[in-house]
Ligand binder design. Structure first.
Ligand code: FE
Ligand code: CA
Length: 519
């Protein structure tokens, strides 16, 4: 058994009611209008693709002539034609069809295109009412078991709109990744941080319509649109897609209607990202976790550490959410505490056992290696990350060991800093063997910790080889049969548009030798 079942804090019915109140139901079917007249350009939020398989990909767009309001299309369903071609001029069409943009889904469409060839680039676009969308480029995965020379993956997270320009996305496009992994904080619900370069146009969202407006504002950014149009994405979420530091059914403010707010936020997330409609489960669960194959080279295991987690240990009085705690917080060490939930832990255990890939890449939200700090009052830990759930981390390491998973590489975000780590079999015991390698990527824009803080973390943790929270950017990883190389890409500034890019450090992991080395 992998951890005990979660206590039943709420019934299925209570959850279902909260979901229904937020309207998270299948849209009714309506006769779609084939040739509407748009008052302004309908493809204002760009296009996107995601979750590639060897024969298909999800294509996304949302019709929104008035993106910062209610979308501008009222209650009509609208027919949207889609095309996938081998060439950018759409002379050689591979697949085409018609989807319906439903008002109940904010006129978003999620096309699950299939019948494509493996390991190929494709171009796609949408057509509605005489208007054509921008053209996106996507790529199918290599066939299961196929030999693959390289997977180039860009790892990104944490893009506070007010705190900076999304210039990193523009450079990410120039780096030509096969795949982008975005690991959370795609939007921020609240306004915080220093030196804002632009403003959220509405206050903190709590309703479906407000979350839709927040997503639409972020998605109106041309650099973000360019990154979506350049490659397929794999996505998971962290807390700010809903609210800071939430855990399963509990927000940090302990609001009694949190589940209804969460359902509204989850729905708006779905409506704005290229994820498969099958992620929407009948009881309101949005199942983002899953395995994505890249031939014989890599299996990418995308996790969700927000939706199913135990509440954070030892919160401040009268609050939920994170805290920094010392040895007196016994709850943190309780063996049954879960970060992934029992069902996801079981799934991960068997997905790792089934994987025959050269690299097993765990794509999750936050810093995995322990990062406690030694202080006068003993070692302190931040309770929102894996350090708040040490037994859950140990169970994941047990799963890796049981599966004899080849070459585990753990990717993360959330902490607005680059951390490059060796992951030991027993967290915090330098003498135990190194079993995995970790790259936790810095934020696209969100403000990070200062040098004093990251230095203190590094000095307390010999397995952390690199730590820097002062720079914004993304991580570019090249997985190959013999080695994986990672470049920490950082922009000169996020406070002015058009900044340059550089690599502050590069690391390599050799196949068969867990652990990171400078490269
Ligand atoms: Fe963040
Ligand atoms: Ca976060």
């Amino acid at each position: 058994m992998i951890g005990p079942a979660r206590p039943h804090r709420r019934t299925f019915l209570a959850r279902a009611l909260a979901i229904a109140a937020a309207g998270f139901t299948t849209p009714r079917s309506v006769a779609a209008i084939g040739s509407p007249r748009f008052q302004s350009p309908p493809f204002s939020l760009g296009v996107a693709s995601g979750s590639p398989t060897a024969d298909g990909v999800v294509l996304w767009t949302r019709l929104a002539p008035e993106p910062l309001g209610d979308g501008g299309l009222g209650d009509e369903a609208i027919a949207v034609r889609w095309e996938i071609a081998h060439d950018e001029r759409f002379a050689r069409i591979a697949r085409r069809g018609t989807a319906t943009a439903e008002p109940g889904r904010a006129h978003a469409v999620h096309v699950e295109a299939d019948g494509l060839e493996p390991a190929r680039d494709y171009f796609y676009r949408f057509l509605a009412g005489g208007e054509a969308s921008p053209v996106g480029r996507t790529r199918t995965a290599p066939a299961a078991g196929a030999r693959v020379a390289r997977l180039r993956l860009a790892l990104a997270s944490c893009q506070h709109y007010e705190q900076g320009w999304f210039t990193a996305h523009r450079h990410l496009v120039a780096d030509a990744p096969d795949l982008v992994a975005f690991v959370g904080d795609y939007i921020y619900e609240s306004s915080w941080g220093r030196e804002h370069v632009r403003k959220h146009h509405i206050p903190e969202p709590k309703s479906l319509s407000a979350y839709r407006q927040r997503y639409a504002q972020y998605k109106s950014d041309p650099d973000l649109q360019a990154a979506h149009a350049a490659a397929p994405w794999l996505v998971t979420w962290d807390d700010h897609e809903v609210a800071n530091d939430y855990a399963d059914d509990r927000g940090q403010d302990l609001a009694p209607d949190f589940l209804a707010r969460r359902a509204a936020a989850y729905r708006a997330f779905f409506e704005h990202l290229p994820i498969r409609p099958s992620v929407l489960r009948p009881d309101g669960e949005v199942r983002l976790y899953g395995a994505h194959g890249w031939g014989s080279l890599a299996t990418l295991l995308v996790l969700d550490d927000r939706q199913y987690r135990a509440h954070q240990a030892c919160p401040r009085p009268g609050r939920g959410g994170s805290n920094t705690v010392g040895p007196d917080c016994e709850e943190r060490e309780a063996p049954g505490r879960t970060l992934l939930g029992a069902a996801q832990e079981r799934w991960l255990d068997s997905a790792l056992a089934d994987s025959k890939a050269r690299w097993n890449v765990i794509v999750q939200q936050t810093l995995f290696a322990t990062a406690g700090r030694d202080t006068g009052k003993g070692r302190v830990h931040w309770t929102d990350g894996w350090d708040g759930y040490p037994h859950a981390r140990a169970r994941l390491l047990d799963s890796l060991a049981r599966a004899e998973a080849a070459n585990p590489v753990i990717l993360g975000g959330d902490v607005h800093a680059n951390y490059v780590c060796d992951v030991h079999r027993e967290a915090g015991r330098p003498g135990s063997p190194v079993v995995a390698s970790e790259f936790c990527g810095t934020s696209i824009t969100s403000q990070g910790p200062d040098g004093k803080r990251t230095n203190a973390v590094r000095e307390s943790n010999p397995h952390i080889h690199f730590a820097d929270g002062t720079r914004r950017g993304y991580v570019l990883l090249d997985f190959g049969p013999e080695a994986t190389r990672a470049k920490l890409r950082v922009v000169d500034t996020v406070k002015q548009p058009g900044a340059g890019i550089s690599t502050i450090a590069s690391f390599a992991v050799e196949a068969g030798r867990p652990g990171v080395k400078p490269a």
